[in-house]
Design a protein around this ligand. Structure first.
Ligand code: ADP
Ligand code: MG
Length: 403
C-alpha cells in the first residue's frame, strides 16, 4: 500500500521543478505580481516572505492552478500552466500539487478520514485504508472518526496536511500553515514539513516567522509583487540577508527605516491631494514628526523619492510627485491608520490632544491590516479624525460608515 510520505525520486533535475518567468497577475489596474521571475529546484524548500499585500497568496494560487496569470510563463513539473484548459487545470490541481492553507477548509460534517477521502475522490480513487494511513502518518491514528469540531486547531491542520498529501504530490504549497496554531501544534506541523522535505517533496511555504523561514533551504521575499530578496541570488552576505534573529521584523532590517520614510512621504503627497495642492518635490520633507522615530540620517526627500520611483510608488511630472495606483493605496492605508490611531488615542485613551498626532505617527507603522479593521470596527467606523480630516474607509467599512 502506498503511503503519503514516501521517498520521491530525483532530488535535483536538469530542469527546475518550478519555472516562473516574467509572471504578471493583474486585478484591474493593480499588478499583484509584477514581472516576477525565479526557479525552484526539485526537493527545494522555499520560504516565501514579504509584507501583507506583496503577492504571496496570489503566487501560491497561481502555482496551484487556482488562479490564472495574465502574462509570463509558469511551468510546474513540466506542465505549462498558461496553456491548460479548465479540465486540465482540475486534473493538475488534483494530481500535481497539495495545498495547506492557514484556514483548514475541512468539511464540518465529515469525519477526519472522510475529509481525507474527499481529496482522494477528486483523484478518482477512494481507499479508506490509504486515508487512514495518511492520518496515522500525521499522528492522528486515534482521531479518524472525529468531526473537525471535535479536533483542536493543530489536529485540524494535520488532517488538512494528510488530505494535501494523499495523492502524493511532488509539490506542496502552504500558505501560512502554522498561522493559526499555538506553539506546540506549530512544532508538530513543522516536523511533518521537515519530514516531507527530507522525503524529497518540493515545498513553497508562505510564512511571516523568521524562525520557520530559517528551516527552509531558501528564503524569497516579495515586495509589491516583485522579487525583493532571494537568498539563492543575493547570498548570505547581502545586507538584506539578515541573521534572522528571533524577531519578526528582522527580516528586513535595512529597509524598516526606509519603509517608514516611504510612508512619511506618501502621507504628505496624499494630504496635498486632499487639499488640492500640488505635491511639489521641493516642499516634501523626509523628517518631521515621524523623525522622532529611530530614522537613520537626514537623507534628503529627493533621494528617498528616487527609491520610491524604482518601487513604482510615485511618478513625477513637472517637479510634482504623483502617487501610482500602488502608492495611492499604500498612502491611503497609512493615512487611514494614522487617523484611526488618533481617534483611538483621543476617544478611548483620552490622550492629550497635543500628543495624539505624535503617538499616531508611531502607531501607524505598527498597526497590521487586521488590527486596523478591528480598531475601526471597535470605534464604529468613524468618518473623521479628531482634527476633522477624513479617514479613508477600509474593507471593514463597506456600507457601515457612521454618519
Ligand atoms: P499577500 O498574500 O502577500 O498578503 P495577496 O497576494 O493576497 O498578498 O495580494 C496581493 C495584492 O493583490 C493585494 O494588493 C491585494 O489587495 C490584491 N488582491 C488579491 N486578491 C485580489 C482579488 N481577488 N481581487 C482584487 N485584488 C486582489
Ligand atoms: Mg496572503
Amino acid at each position: 500500500m502506498s503511503v503519503p510520505i514516501q521517498i520521491l525520486p530525483e532530488r535535483k533535475t536538469a530542469t527546475p521543478q518550478v519555472v516562473i518567468a516574467n509572471l504578471v497577475k493583474k486585478y484591474g489596474a493593480l499588478r499583484a505580481l509584477d514581472d516576477l521571475s525565479f526557479d525552484v529546484e526539485a526537493a527545494e524548500w522555499v520560504a516565501l516572505m514579504g509584507p501583507s499585500g506583496s503577492g504571496k497568496t496570489t503566487l501560491i494560487n497561481i502555482l496551484g492552478g487556482l488562479d490564472k496569470l495574465n502574462s509570463g510563463r509558469v511551468v510546474v513539473g513540466g506542465i505549462d500552466l498558461s496553456n491548460l484548459s479548465e479540465n486540465e487545470m482540475v486534473r493538475y490541481r488534483a494530481e500535481k500539487v497539495g495545498f495547506v492553507f492557514q484556514q483548514f477548509h475541512l468539511v464540518p460534517y465529515l469525519s477526519a478520514v472522510e475529509n481525507v477521502m474527499l481529496a482522494q475522490y477528486f483523484h478518482s480513487v477512494t481507499d479508506e485504508k490509504q486515508a487512514e494511513e495518511a492520518l496515522r502518518r500525521v499522528g492522528l491514528g486515534e482521531r479518524m472518526t472525529h468531526l473537525p469540531a471535535q479536533l483542536s486547531g493543530g489536529e485540524q491542520q494535520r488532517v488538512a496536511i494528510a488530505r494535501a498529501l494523499i495523492n502524493q504530490p511532488k509539490i506542496i504549497l502552504a500558505d501560512e500553515p502554522t498561522g493559526n496554531l499555538d506553539e506546540a501544534n506549530e512544532e508538530i506541523v513543522l516536523k511533518i514539513f521537515r519530514q516531507l522535505h527530507h522525503a524529497g517533496h518540493t515545498i513553497l511555504m508562505v510564512t511571516h516567522d523568521p524562525d520557520i523561514a530559517r528551516q527552509a533551504d531558501r528564503r524569497i521575499e516579495l515586495a509589491h509583487g516583485r522579487l525583493h530578496f532571494d537568498t539563492a541570488q543575493h547570498g548570505p552576505g547581502h545586507p538584506l540577508a539578515c541573521p534572522l534573529a528571533n524577531t519578526a521584523d528582522c527580516c528586513t532590517p535595512v529597509t524598516t527605516d526606509d519603509e517608514i520614510r516611504f510612508d512619511h512621504l506618501l502621507e504628505q503627497i496624499w494630504i496635498c491631494g486632499e487639499e488640492g495642492k500640488p505635491a511639489k518635490v521641493t516642499s516634501l520633507h523626509s523628517t518631521g514628526t515621524a523623525g522622532s522615530l529611530p530614522l537613520r540620517s537626514e537623507e534628503p526627500a529627493t533621494k528617498i523619492l528616487g527609491r520610491m520611483t524604482d518601487l513604482h510608488l510615485v511618478d513625477f511630472q513637472n517637479g510634482e510627485a504623483q502617487l501610482t495606483p500602488v502608492g495611492s493605496r499604500r498612502a491611503r492605508d497609512v493615512v487611514r491608520r494614522h487617523r484611526l490611531a488618533e481617534r483611538l488615542f483621543k476617544d478611548t485613551f483620552s490622550i492629550d490632544e497635543s500628543e495624539v498626532h505624535t503617538q499616531a505617527c508611531k502607531f501607524e507603522h505598527i498597526i497590521s491590516p487586521e488590527l486596523d479593521q478591528r480598531i475601526c470596527t471597535f470605534l464604529g467606523h468613524p468618518k473623521t479624525c479628531p482634527h476633522g480630516n477624513p479617514i479613508p474607509p477600509g474593507d471593514c467599512c463597506n456600507g457601515k460608515l457612521k454618519s
